[in-house]
Design a binder for this molecule. Structure first.
Ligand code: URA
Length: 193
């Protein structure tokens, strides 16, 4: 069994795929470790790789704004991680083999956090965590229950930056998340209540 510290140390030593050779920093995760809500992106981009923190670039700013709408933020009530912890060169999608090599680390983070809700940011995270042929355009906003944990995929904030027209649907998805939080999470979880 890992503690947070031993898990992060072990993850930093991982050589299970080649991404560790080209990364600057491990991007392990950020946020409240006892959060009831876990957010999962696909993998670090350039700024995340330089800072060692998930979602700190433009997409991260938008993510923070999205979370704020429903009373969530990375300092108090969510934990944010990625499917792969090292940056894929040139921001390409992580390969299946890289995702498979890295997922055990996310599984251990999941075991420590024991979230009630998992929000997958984009197609890659949804494909890795919900089901392999996930179609983000038709399946975003839907709940998938697995062993009492509720999973939903949202459009990736980088996709919302590229295509404004997806934002209204994402607002609806966020309100749906807020509703689920009110139903199944502790009453204090939302900062706005
Ligand atoms: N995109 C992701 O999926 N994860 C990050 O950490 C940053 C951008």
């Amino acid at each position: 069994m890992f503690t947070w510290e031993s898990l992060e140390n072990a993850c930093a030593q991982c050589r299970a795929c080649a991404l560790c050779q080209t990364r600057t920093n491990l991007v392990f995760g950020v946020g409240e470790k006892s959060a009831e809500i876990l957010l999962v992106g696909e993998g670090p981009g350039e700024k995340e790789d330089l800072d060692g923190v998930p979602f700190v670039g433009k997409a991260g700013q938008l993510l923070d704004d999205m979370l704020k709408i429903i009373g969530l933020d990375r300092k108090t009530n969510v934990y944010i991680a990625n499917v792969v912890k090292c940056r894929p060169p040139g921001n390409r999608d992580p390969l299946h083999q890289e995702q498979a090599a890295c997922l055990p680390w996310l599984r251990e983070q999941f075991r420590l956090i024991r979230p009630k809700i998992v929000l997958c940011l984009g197609r890659i995270a949804a494909g890795a965590l919900i089901h392999p042929d996930f179609r983000i355009t038709s399946e975003h906003g839907q709940w998938f229950e697995k062993s009492g944990v509720f999973f939903m995929a949202l459009y990736h904030p980088a996709a919302l930056l590229r295509d404004d027209s997806k934002r209204p649907e994402t607002f609806v998805d966020l309100k749906n998340v807020e509703e689920k939080i009110l139903q199944i999470c502790s009453h204090t979880v939302l900062n706005k209540y």
